[in-house]
Design a protein around this ligand. Sequence first.
Ligand SMILES: *Cc1c(COP(=O)(O)O)cnc(C)c1O
Length: 377
Amino acid sequence: MSTDGGTRAWIEVRAAGLRRNLRTIRERIGPGPRMIPMVKADAYGLGVAGAVAALEPEDPWGYGVATVEEGRQLRTLGVTRPVLVFSPLPPGSYSAAVEDELTVCISDLEGLRRLQDAALRHGSTARFHLEVDTGMGRSGFDWRRTGEWRDAVAALASSGSLEWAGCLTHFHSADERHSAATHTQWERFTDAVSSLPTPDGLLVHACNSAAALRCPEYAADAVRPGIYLYGGSAGQGLPDPEAVARVRARVVFTREAPPGGTVGYGATHVAREWEEWATVGIGYGDGLPRRLGNRGEALVRGRRVPIVGRISMDVTVVDISGVDGVAHGDTVTFIGPDGGEEITVDEVAGWAETISYEILAGFTPRVPRVWVDEGDS
Ligand SMILES: *Cc1c(COP(=O)(O)O)cnc(C)c1O
């Protein structure tokens, strides 16, 4: 996929930046813990094929996804490493998980039974990790009631066709500074795990990007970084990630606007004096948040310019008054560096009153993802 003059909007993704962000986490946790990069939601919207190609040279232990379909996609790409499916499965998809040799994270006895049934039907052994809910509350066995499920899990796990390969939990506030909750969750988790009749060689893991960077002492046997790899901040006081995604689009029209001239639906921006506007070929139909209308910025020739008026489905207008030489076909940057300036994905998330994850995952299939790998420096 090239980005010649015919491409109206695209996301350029830098493989080397992704790898450097992974290495920042590696330096923090040391050489011991295994790396399970999260590539769910099409690698946080940036394209899973490109992400896997970028990450393979780092020799990760495995990959993390949310759904069985995402796991299958990795197998189709030729990934033979362990693939962990983290979200609870709908009842009908255990069979497909077994078929693709995915490792399923189990939240209850019913799930474990379904997995065993699927494995028996396939005549194979299904690997699972047991999730302990320590406060996230969306999935996992309850840490307060280990006595109620411990023996049943152990009995099922040793009754054939199942391999108990790991235990995990998930922190809810590791992105926050001085969060006592993370320590509390860790204690709940380790208490629960130590009371279980776990098999040898069990993989114990808990840390997302924020926890791996903030509490490397909880890295245990493996970490599961996501957002930081893709250039999103993991939280206050943590090292900034290197930019990975650059969201760009082309100027498709320019005009001089006289005083009183209006732009966009609702005519919410009115030129006070003569202004120069550039219409850029990206809109909310591409995933650029509509909330950026009249509050976000873009980079044109390395300078910050305001987005004026409401964002349309297909185009966005920026005020380029005072930026000389802007021409039809020029590139405008909405996320990422341009010249000496940079708009981070977290800055955009702030304007849109959301988080970097939602911004990245929100870009639509209309926008090509163009991976560039210039090697490591
Ligand atoms: C998404 C996810 C992660 C990664 O979290 P980040 O905040 O993106 O680093 C880790 N573990 C689980 C279970 C997840 O669902």
